[in-house]
Design a binder for this molecule. Structure first.
Ligand SMILES: [Zn+2]
Length: 87
């Protein structure tokens, strides 16, 4: 009597993990002159509208004696923000 007990290891996992990361590397730029301040050469860039808006607020406060941007100016700024594709 022979008892052959053969067990095959099953369950081979051939998993391929592909890490595809899509990063948006676009840069947004803004020029103060585009909002009507033709004699102002200030410009800035950032990764998002919010980032630029913060810098604009600071610039407006320091250079244009505008402690706070009103809604009209804010929308002007947002319309003037341009997207520049990363080189
Ligand atoms: Zn300015």
């Amino acid at each position: 009597m022979s008892n052959t007990d053969q067990r095959k290891p099953s369950g081979q996992s051939t998993g391929s993990s592909t890490m595809g990361r899509e990063g948006s590397d676009s840069t947004k730029t803004f020029r103060c002159a585009d909002t009507g301040n033709n004699n102002c050469k200030w410009e800035t860039s950032g990764g998002s509208d919010g980032e630029i808006m913060q810098k604009v607020e600071q610039h407006a406060r320091e250079s244009h004696n505008m402690p706070k941007l009103d809604d009209q100016t804010r929308s002007k700024v947002q319309n003037a923000i341009r997207e520049r594709p990363a080189a």
